[in-house]
Ligand binder design. Structure first.
Ligand code: GLU
Length: 381
């Protein structure tokens, strides 16, 4: 592994780590691999000591719960896996809480459903909750809300959930700890000539065809869902690593030269979120901004309340707004952090005045740069 790609992990400030069921649970007994989890906690502690924010997306609820429920091996019915998740999730959260204790790391549980990432308002809320927790020094432990999601409205695998979370919180690294050390040209268990692919610049048709079906029975992922996760993550500007997590202290091993595959990030303007915003036909209102704010936007900055000169329309937090320059030209679309009532009270005011005016600690910007897409790059000049 070349140094430059390891640096991407070493330099990352916000890391989402996805932990697969097969790493965490002993397949034979259906019990937690305590020694492995203790060692992983030491790795997480080392990352935190380096000043990094860590978010964990952990599978294992169904695996832990099914053993406790006494379900036989093999495929579970939907209601059986949902009951297993309910039983296992509480054990899973407790396991992290206990394993983190010796390091004084505090865990916080978040259960997400597909709608939380697809609906813009819920997306913003989930993002803010996760960011609040990490900025307070907590380590969010995220899983899908398996107990209520039906098959049509669920992620179904934590690879893609982890990628959505990485994109949601603007992470700069997604680390998938798996039972394989990366992507191969073919299934290495079946083909001894299969070659490891260390760096994937673009997820081409050829790359997609290298993925076989799921490797282990315990999790639902396989290389297919990992490549889908890579597409979500890298198109949102976050690189993704697949590494072997089976031995103790897997993150320490990676930092000391263990093999992995890295999918490089793509230009973030190609992200589906920005495409969605770009193609919005029906903004719920508009913000007219001054020249300074227009220039800031063109330079990739967020929109602060101080730069807003006028507001039109009645809108809610999470709605799409058109952003106009002083000549009335639409220069951007963005998702607002404030409804029209609160936005009207804070326009022209400095960010540090927001809490006093509104009576609650609102967000620093009216529209975050990640939720903003420029429509005509020249019109603000
Ligand atoms: N959410 C599932 C669980 O916690 C796992 C999904 C997956 O294997 O990716 O059991």
């Amino acid at each position: 592994m070349t140094n430059i790609h390891l640096k991407a992990l070493e330099n990352a400030n916000k890391i989402v780590i996805k932990i697969g069921s097969s790493l965490l649970i002993d397949v034979k007994t259906g019990t937690l691999k305590q020694v492995w989890l203790d060692a992983l906690s030491a790795d997480v502690n080392a990352l935190i000591k380096l000043g990094k924010q860590v978010v964990i997306v952990s599978s294992g609820a169904i695996g832990l719960g099914r053993a406790q429920a006494g379900f036989a091996k093999g495929k579970l019915k939907l209601e059986q896996s949902q009951a297993s998740a309910a039983i296992g999730q509480i054990a899973l959260a407790r396991a992290y809480e206990n394993a983190f204790k010796p390091f004084n790391i505090q865990a916080a549980q978040i259960l997400l459903s597909l709608e939380d990432s697809e609906n813009r308002k819920r997306y913003l809320n989930a993002t803010n909750t996760i960011n609040t927790l990490t900025s307070l020094g907590f380590v969010p432990i995220i899983n899908e809300n398996d107990t209520i999601a039906t098959s049509e409205i669920r992620f179904g695998d934590n690879d893609r959930l982890a990628a959505r979370v990485a994109s949601m919180i603007d992470a700069d690294m997604l680390l998938l700890l798996s039972d394989i050390d990366g992507l191969y040209t073919d299934n290495p268990q079946k083909n001894t000539n299969a070659e490891h692919i260390a760096v994937i610049k673009t997820i081409s048709e050829q790359i997609l065809s290298t993925a076989g079906s799921s490797g282990s029975d315990y999790g639902t992922g396989g290389m297919v869902t990992k490549l889908l996760a890579a597409q979500i993550s890298t198109s949102s500007g976050c690189p993704m690593i697949i590494a072997d997590g089976r031995a103790n202290n897997p993150i320490n091993a990676i930092l000391n030269g263990a093999k992995f595959s890295i999918f490089l990030s793509q230009n973030s303007i190609n992200s589906s979120r920005k495409k969605w915003l770009n193609s919005t036909l029906d903004p719920k209102g508009s913000l007219t901004i001054d020249k300074g704010a227009a220039n800031a936007l063109l330079n990739g900055k967020s929109l602060l309340s101080a730069g807003v000169a006028a507001i039109k329309g009645k809108f809610d937090n999470g709605d799409t707004l058109a952003i106009l320059n002083l000549d009335g030209q639409v220069i951007a679309h963005g998702l607002t952090n404030y409804d029209s009532k609160d936005a009207n009270r804070i326009i022209g005011k400095k960010s540090h005045e927001i809490a006093d005016i509104l009576g609650y600690a609102g967000r620093k910007n009216i529209i975050h740069r990640n939720n903003l897409v420029l429509i005509n790059k020249n019109s603000g000049k």
